[in-house]
Design a binder for this molecule. Structure first.
Ligand code: ADP
Ligand code: ADP
Ligand code: MG
Length: 445
C-alpha cells in the first residue's frame, strides 16, 4: 500500500479523497492555486504545495508543477479526482514515466476511450449496442451527407467532448451548417480538438450509467446503475440509485453489457459506462468515463462499497475482494448537486464569502463539501459547492428525507440552487420516477 498520495484536485472531491486516505493510514499532499490558500483541502492535508495562479490552466492543469510537487513530497501516487486532469491521457503517461502511480486506468485506455468516436467503434466491434449515428466527419459537406442517412433530429457531438460541451441539437437540415460550426468551434476552444461526430437524437430517453471496478487481475465487478436524467444543459443535477425504470432482469442485462464494455478496453480501476435508455427498455452505449464520477456517492450508499478506497487499493495492486454475486442494491439513495448560481438570473454563477453555514445532519444524511463558515467561494472554478446525499429504505422515503435535509441547509453569502432542488423534488413527474433527460427543458418552457 502507498504511504503518501498527492491529490491533484480541489473542492469537495479533494476533501473526499483526503478523508479516504486518512482512514487508510495514508499521508496526503494537497496542491492549490493562489486563490485556494484558504481552501479546506489544504488545511486537511498533511502537507501542501502552491502550484500557480488562480486560472486552472496555470495551476490545476499545470502538469509539470503537480509532478514536481509529487516528487518533492515523495508521494508514490496521484489521485486526479474528477474533471481537471482526471481524463488527460498525457498526464497519466507523465505519471507513468516518472514512476508515480496514476490512480486510474492506463494512459492508453484513457486515450482510447476519451476519443468518443474511437470508443464507439471499439464498443460496436465488441458487440455493445451504440447509439445509431456516424463516425467522425471531416467537414460540413460530409456532415450533410451523413445527416441525411441518420435523419433528424440529431446531435452533433465533440469527439473529445466532456462536461456537456461541444454538443448541438439539430432539428432539421437547415440548422445543420450553423450547428456544425458552433459545435466544432466550442470543441476546439474547450478541448483543442474541433472534431465532431453525429448521433440520432433519442427522446424521450433516460441517462442510465453503470459503475464498474476492475482490478489488475482481470476481475470486473459492476456496482449497478445510476439514474442521471435530471440535467440542465447536459449537466447532471440530481442522481439516484437505483433507477425506477430498471427491474432486476434489465439490471442483469445492463451489468453484462457494461462488463463486456470494460473488458473490451482492458479496463482497470473505477470507471463508468454511460447509456441512453429508451421507453421500450432498449439501451445504447453513449460514452465511457475513465474516472471517479461526481455522483459515485449514491452507489456507495446503496452498495456499501467505498469507491475511493477501492480505487486506491486497486492502484496499489490489490485484488478485488468481492465478486458480482456479492453486489446488492439495498434501499435508495438520492444526490442533489448544490451549485453556487442563481436559477432566477439565468443560473448566473455566484461567488463571495459564506457568512452563515448550517449543514443538515441525522442518520443517513451526507453532505460532501469544501465549504466552511467565512470561506470565500472564488469565481474561478466549477460552480458546484456541495453534494447533499441521503439514503433510505424506499424511494419515497428518500425523497422526503432529502427534502427535510434541504430545509435544514443554510448557506448565506452566495446564491445557490437549493430552492430549485426543492421544486424539482416536488414535481409530480419527478415523484413518479417516469422522467427523462428533457425534464428540465420542459419545465423552463
Ligand atoms: P459526471 O458524470 O461525473 O458529472 P461531468 O461530465 O459532469 O461528469 O464532469 C465532472 C466534472 O468535471 C464537472 O464538474 C465538469 O464541469 C467537469 N468537466 C468535465 N469535463 C470537462 C472538461 N473537458 N473540461 C473542464 N471540465 C470538465
Ligand atoms: P459528455 O461527454 O459531455 O458527458 P455525453 O455523450 O455523455 O457527453 O452526453 C451528455 C448528455 O447529452 C447525456 O447525458 C444525454 O442527456 C444527452 N445526450 C447525449 N447523446 C444523446 C443522444 N444521442 N440523444 C439524446 N440525448 C443525448
Ligand atoms: Mg457524459
Amino acid at each position: 500500500m502507498f504511504s503518501k498520495i498527492l491529490i491533484a484536485n480541489r473542492g469537495e472531491i479533494a476533501v473526499r479523497i483526503i478523508r479516504a486516505c486518512k482512514e487508510m493510514g495514508i499521508s496526503t499532499v494537497a496542491v492549490f492555486s493562489e486563490a485556494d490558500r484558504e481552501a479546506l483541502h489544504v488545511s486537511l492535508a498533511d502537507e501542501s504545495y502552491c502550484i500557480g495562479p488562480a486560472p486552472v490552466g496555470e495551476s490545476y492543469l499545470n502538469m509539470a508543477a503537480i509532478i514536481s510537487a509529487a516528487i518533492c513530497s515523495g508521494a508514490q501516487a496521484i489521485h486526479p479526482g474528477y474533471g481537471l486532469l482526471s481524463e488527460n491521457a498525457r498526464f497519466a503517461a507523465l505519471c507513468e514515466e516518472c514512476n508515480i502511480t496514476f490512480i486510474g486506468p492506463k494512459s492508453e485506455t484513457i486515450a482510447k476511450t476519451g476519443d468518443k468516436d474511437e470508443a464507439r467503434k471499439t464498443m460496436r466491434a465488441a458487440g455493445v449496442p451504440v447509439i445509431p449515428g456516424c463516425d467522425a466527419v471531416a467537414d460540413v459537406e460530409e456532415a450533410k451527407a451523413q445527416a441525411e442517412k441518420i435523419g433528424f433530429p440529431l446531435l452533433i457531438k465533440a469527439r473529445a467532448g466532456g462536461g456537456g460541451r461541444g454538443i448541438r441539437l439539430v432539428k432539421e437540415a437547415s440548422e445543420l451548417e450553423a450547428a456544425y460550426q458552433n459545435a466544432s468551434r466550442e470543441a476546439l476552444s474547450a478541448f483543442g480538438d474541433g472534431g465532431v461526430y453525429m448521433e440520432k437524437y433519442l427522446y424521450p430517453a433516460k441517462h442510465i450509467e453503470m459503475q464498474i471496478l476492475c482490478d489488475n487481475f482481470g476481475n470486473v465487478v459492476c456496482l449497478g446503475e445510476r439514474e442521471c436524467s435530471i440535467q440542465r444543459k447536459n449537466q447532471k443535477l440530481i442522481e439516484e440509485c437505483p433507477s425506477s425504470a430498471i427491474d432486476q432482469k434489465t439490471r442483469e442485462k445492463m451489468i453484462e453489457v457494461a462488463t463486456k464494455a470494460a473488458k473490451a478496453v482492458n479496463y482497470r480501476n473505477a470507471g463508468t459506462v454511460e447509456f441512453l435508455f429508451d421507453r421500450d427498455g432498449n439501451f445504447y452505449f453513449m460514452e465511457m468515463n475513465t474516472r471517479l464520477q461526481v455522483e459515485h456517492t449514491v452507489t456507495e450508499m446503496v452498495t456499501g462499497y467505498d469507491l475511493v478506497k477501492w480505487q486506491i487499493r486497486i492502484a496499489a495492486g490489490q485484488k478485488l475482494e468481492f465478486s458480482q454475486k456479492n453486489v446488492h442494491l439495498n434501499g435508495h439513495a438520492i444526490e442533489c448537486r448544490i451549485n453556487a448560481e442563481n436559477p432566477e438570473l439565468n443560473f448566473r454563477p455566484s461567488c463571495g464569502r459564506v457568512t452563515l453555514l448550517h449543514v443538515p445532519g441525522g442518520p443517513w444524511v451526507r453532505f460532501d463539501t469544501a465549504l466552511y463558515q467565512d470561506y470565500f467561494v472564488p469565481p474561478y472554478y466549477d460552480s458546484m459547492i456541495g453534494k447533499l446525499i441521503v439514503f433510505a429504505k424506499t424511494r419515497e422515503e428518500a425523497i422526503r428525507k432529502i427534502q427535510a435535509a434541504l430545509c435544514e441547509l443554510v448557506i448565506e453569502g452566495v446564491d445557490h440552487n437549493s430552492e430549485l432542488h426543492m421544486e424539482l423534488l416536488n414535481d409530480p413527474e419527478f415523484k413518479s420516477g417516469d422522467y427523462y433527460t428533457d425534464f428540465m427543458a420542459k419545465r423552463s418552457r
